[in-house]
Design a binder for this molecule. Structure first.
Ligand SMILES: [Zn+2]
Length: 418
C-alpha cells in the first residue's frame, strides 16, 4: 500500500481527541493539586505511566519490550524484519513541579502516529518503534538523559545504575521495583541499530507562539559551557578603609560581570549568558568582601562561536578584576548538536505536504535527541506551548497544535520507514 498517498493517509488518520485523551490520562498519573505533574524517574508513578502506555500499545497489537536501563520500546513491525527501525519518542518522567506535556507529548504523539498508521492500513518497509527514554529530567537521579545516554553508549550501564537519589536508593533498585510491576515484559539487548530518530516536544520557549506558527523544525541543540569564577580580595573595615586601600572582591566581581555582559551579549540575542549563583564572603554588612564566587552558564548554537566566547571569559575577567585576583575554571562543556539534513528535509517535506506552516529554530534546552544524533540521523519537531512556560505546573498546549505536530510526525515517520 506504499503508494504516493500513504503519508497523507497516516496524517489524516491522526485523531486529535484520542491524542488529547491519552495525554490527559497520562497527566492524571502523578497529578499535582495545582494542575501540574510530579512523576519522578523510576518511581511508582513512572511505573504506572509505563504500564498505561504499554497497555495502549498491546491493545493495538504492538510488541512491547524494555532494555537494561529501562527504556520502554513499542514496535510496529515492518515488511523487512531485519531492517533497522525508525525510532520516535521522548520521556515519561517530569520535574518535581512539572507540567503535563514536557516529554509526555513526544511519547503520546509517537503512539498516535503508530495508531494512525494502523487505522490508515499503511505498511512500511522498516519497523517503526516508539521509545520512552528513562530519566530524561535528571531531577531524581543524575545525570539526566540517562536512558538515551546508555542506549547510545555515551554512558556506561553500570555507572547509570549506580546513581543514588536523595533517599539513598540506587537507580538499579528503583528500576527493579518498576520492572517487578511488569513481570511479562520482554527484555531486549542494550545495543540496537537505529535508522533514524525523530522526537516531538513542546517548544519550552516563546518563539512559535509569538510568531503564530503551529510547528518548528528543530535544527539542533545549542552547546553549553559552565564556568566557576572566584574573585579574591581582602577583608577590611567598611568604615575606616579608604577606597585606594581596598581590595573589594564584590566591586571587582561587579566590574567583571559588567565587562562580560558587554562582551558576550549580542544584539540578535542568540547567546545565552546566565549567572545563576553569586556568593559574597564573609557576608557581613560592615566588612569589605574578601571573596566572591559565581557561576556562568554560557550557551550558543554555533560551535566555533561558543568556543570563542567561552575562551574570552578568563581574559576578560582578568582585565576587569582591578587589584583582586581572579580564577576562572570551566566545570562542564557540551558541544552544540546539529541535526541531520536528510531527516530535517523529510520533516520539512512532511510539513509542506500536510499544509502546515513552520519555521526552523534551534533548541535552547537539552533533549534525548542530543544523544541519538551521535548514533543515527536525528531531528525534532516543536509545537507551541502557552507563554513558552515549561518545567512548571502551568505548562499548557493547545489540542489542535498537538495534533498538527502528530500529523507531521506520522507523515515523516512513514517516509523515513519507506
Ligand atoms: Zn522534555
Amino acid at each position: 500500500m506504499a503508494d504516493g498517498h500513504t503519508e497523507q493517509g497516516a496524517a489524516a488518520a491522526v485523531d486529535e481527541g484520542r491524542l488529547w485523551g491519552r495525554l490527559m490520562a497520562l497527566a492524571a498519573v502523578g497529578a499535582r493539586p495545582d494542575g501540574g505533574v510530579d512523576r519522578p524517574a523510576l518511581s511508582m508513578q513512572d511505573a504506572q505511566a509505563r504500564s498505561l502506555v504499554a497497555g495502549w500499545a498491546r491493545d493495538l497489537g504492538f510488541a512491547v519490550a524494555t532494555d537494561p536501563i529501562g527504556n520502554l520500546f513499542v514496535r510496529r513491525a515492518g515488511r523487512d524484519p531485519d531492517a533497522a527501525p525508525v525510532l520516535t519518542g521522548s520521556h515519561l518522567d517530569t520535574q518535581p513541579m512539572g507540567g503535563r506535556f514536557d516529554g509526555a507529548y513526544g511519547v503520546i504523539a509517537g503512539l498516535e502516529a503508530l495508531h494512525a498508521m494502523n487505522d490508515a492500513g499503511i505498511s512500511t518497509r522498516r519497523p517503526v518503534e516508539l521509545v520512552a527514554w528513562t530519566n530524561e529530567e535528571g531531577a531524581r537521579f543524575q545525570p539526566g538523559c540517562m536512558g538515551s545516554a546508555v542506549f547510545t553508549g555515551a554512558l556506561a550501564l553500570e555507572t547509570a545504575l549506580a546513581a543514588v537519589d536523595r533517599d539513598g536508593m540506587t537507580a538499579r533498585e528503583a528500576l527493579a521495583a518498576v520492572l517487578a510491576g511488569e513481570p511479562e515484559m520482554a527484555i531486549r539487548p542494550a545495543d540496537a541499530a537505529v535508522h533514524a530518530y525523530v522526537e516531538a516536544h513542546i517548544e519550552q520557549g516563546p518563539v512559535l507562539e509569538e510568531e503564530g506558527l503551529p510547528l518548528g523544525i528543530v535544527t539542533g541543540i545549542q552547546g553549553c559551557r559552565w564556568f566557576a569564577v572566584e574573585v579574591t580580595g581582602e577583608a577590611a573595615h567598611a568604615g575606616t578603609t579608604p577606597r585606594a586601600r581596598r581590595r573589594d572582591a564584590f566591586m571587582a566581581a561587579h566590574a567583571i560581570v559588567a565587562e562580560l555582559r558587554r562582551a558576550l551579549e549580542d544584539e540578535a540575542d542568540v547567546t545565552r549568558f546566565t549567572i545563576g549563583r553569586f556568593e559574597v564572603e564573609p557576608g557581613s554588612p560592615n566588612t569589605v568582601p574578601a571573596r566572591v564566587f559565581f557561576t556562568i552558564d554560557l550557551r550558543h548554537p554555533d560551535a566555533a562561536r561558543l568556543t570563542d566566547l567561552g575562551d574570552r571569559v578568563a581574559p576578560l575577567a582578568g582585565s576587569a578584576a582591578g587589584g583582586c585576583a581572579v580564577t576562572v575554571t570551566q566545570t562542564s562543556a557540551s558541544a552544540p548538536v546539529v541535526f541531520a539534513d536528510p531527516v530535517l528535509r523529510v520533516l520539512r517535506d512532511a510539513a509542506v505536504r500536510c499544509g502546515v506552516p513552520f519555521r526552523d529554530l534551534p533548541s535552547g534546552a537539552g533533549h534525548d535527541a542530543g544523544y541519538l544524533a551521535a548514533m543515527a540521523p536525528t531531528g525534532m519537531l516543536f509545537v507551541p506551548c502557552a507563554g513558552g512556560v515549561s518545567h512548571h505546573p502551568a505548562e499548557s498546549a493547545a489540542p489542535a497544535d498537538l495534533a498538527t505536530g502528530a500529523r507531521v510526525l506520522a507523515e515523516g515517520l512513514v517516509r523515513l520507514a519507506e
